[in-house]
Write a protein that binds this ligand. Structure first.
Ligand code: S3P
Length: 443
């Protein structure tokens, strides 16, 4: 599968100041769900047909890695993927290290999937991924008997395949869907019942999708219980549009859509839509129109947003995981709100594709927004309007897109550096942004 996308050659964006957005838009498929559909499809018996697949660099990296493990994957259409399941014991040793590009999700979930295999494997990635913490998955997997080596907790991740893992009871020390998912993937191949307890809920796509593949899994309060050794049956996965990609246009709509803006077919799993609650608390006018569920595992809706005056809020620590990927654009909303916004308990933002607290704070400084960078969060005093200028994205897709939205309230054009990674999660962002009304051009 080829990974060429439109933004690959784009070094930066120049975004005109001010303007309006509107219309009816859709955004590409959900990244988290697309990764999982490929991985569970690979482990399943029989074929899995994935529609609405995100053909972004991150998911293509997962597809290539599974291909290197002997899984046959076809893409008859840009967003349709056919995974010919290899079955639980059907993967084969890769010839070289698996390169997972910019994707933390791919690396952490693949670590869980590869730990119980009969062969060894090594996982690497781009400069950003090679800096990210992997100890969080190594610790529980080692408790299961896995043998994994890292360089002081960071990639490369060297896995010595250990087919006889033991199920564990694990209480997640950080709210992380990636860690939960890595343990569940390893637990599929382990002897006994795996128990995973979450203090604060994180996205539950893995649990939902395991159910769709025929795996029995139960909830006992905050604990998930799954017996090892269950086979997966190939199925059809219809991936909704990614709420995290819709988020940029939800905020754009709050700032500059006097006649309204509608986003269609968006995944509205409650473990993902924390941003809706935060924006509503700030005074946003957002309406969610659910679509009929039929048989799909994930809820989907059209979301309508209309420009409104926003007021600053305090975000509690428990709200952070439910909006974890939306903070870059949430900070833009806060920068344009009346009054102060405070986010604490968001230490995780420092270990995403970039240090999102530091990179956002630097950009807000350029835009003339009063703010304070805290060890685990950010305090922001909203401004009437923002200065223009040149901001760094830190090579972070979501920060690049968040600052493109900020231009709607700027007095002068905004230049955003280093935007190639937008293609990891949102191929076609430039086109969609222009269709919405943003004056965005390659730099
Ligand atoms: C993801 C989980 C989150 C999120 C990431 C995708 C997933 O990470 O930030 O973009 O697909 O499981 P953590 O599990 O580290 O919070």
């Amino acid at each position: 599968m080829s990974g060429i996308t439109e933004a690959a050659g784009t070094r930066g964006y120049r975004v005109a100041a001010g303007g309006r957005v509107g219309g009816t838009l859709t955004v590409p498929g959900d990244k988290s769900i697309s990764h999982r559909a490929l991985m569970l499809g690979a482990l399943a018996r029989g074929d899995t047909r994935v529609t609405g697949f995100l053909a972004g660099e991150d998911c293509l990296a997962t597809a290539r890695a599974l291909g290197a493990l002997g899984v046959r994957i076809e893409r008859p259409h840009e967003t349709t993927v056919l995974v010919h399941g290899a079955g639980e014991a059907g993967l084969s040793a890769p010839a070289t290290a698996l390169d997972l590009g910019n994707s933390g999700t791919a690396m952490r979930l693949m670590t869980g999937l590869l730990a119980p295999q009969r062969f060894d494997s090594t996982l690497v990635g781009d400069a950003s991924l090679m800096r990210r913490p992997m100890q969080r998955v190594v610790v529980p997997l080692a408790m299961m008997g896995a043998q994994i080596h890292t360089r002081e907790g960071r990639p490369p991740v060297e896995i010595r395949g250990t087919p006889h893992l033991r199920a564990i009871h694990y209480s997640l020390p950080v709210a992380s869907a990636q860690v939960k998912s890595a343990v569940l993937l390893a637990g599929l191949a382990a002897a006994g019942e795996t128990h995973v307890t979450e203090g604060t809920p994180s996205r539950d796509h893995t649990e939902r999708m395991l159910g769709a593949f025929g795996v029995q899994l139960r909830h006992a309060g905050r604990t998930l219980v799954m017996a090892g050794g269950q086979p997966l049956r190939g199925t059809a996965v219809d991936v909704p549009a990614d709420f995290s990609s819709a988020a940029f246009f939800l905020v754009a709509g709050c700032l500059a859509a006097p006649a309204g803006l509608t986003l269609t077919n968006i995944g509205v799993n409650p473990t993902r839509t924390g941003l809706l609650d935060l924006l509503r608390r700030m005074g946003a006018d957002i309406r969610v129109h659910p679509r009929p569920r039929l048989t799909r595992a994930e809820p989907v809706a059209d979301i309508e947003v209309r420009q409104s005056a926003l007021t600053g809020i305090t975000v509690t620590e428990a709200e952070v995981p439910l909006a974890i990927d939306e903070f870059p654009v949430f900070f833009v909303a806060a920068a344009c709100a009346r009054g102060e916004t405070l986010v604490r308990g968001a230490l995780e933002l420092r270990v995403k594709e970039s240090d999102r607290l530091a990179v956002m704070a630097a950009g807000l400084a350029t835009l003339g927004v009063e703010h304070r960078l805290l060890p685990d969060g950010l305090w922001i005093r909203g401004a009437e309007s923002l200065a223009g200028g040149r901001v760094a994205s830190g090579g972070d897709h979501r920060i690049a897109m968040a600052f493109a939205v900020a231009a709607l309230r700027a007095r002068a054009p905004l230049e955003i550096e280093d935007v190639a990674n937008v293609a990891t999660s949102f191929p076609g962002f430039e086109r969609t942004a222009r269709a919405a009304g943003l004056g965005l051009e390659p730099l």
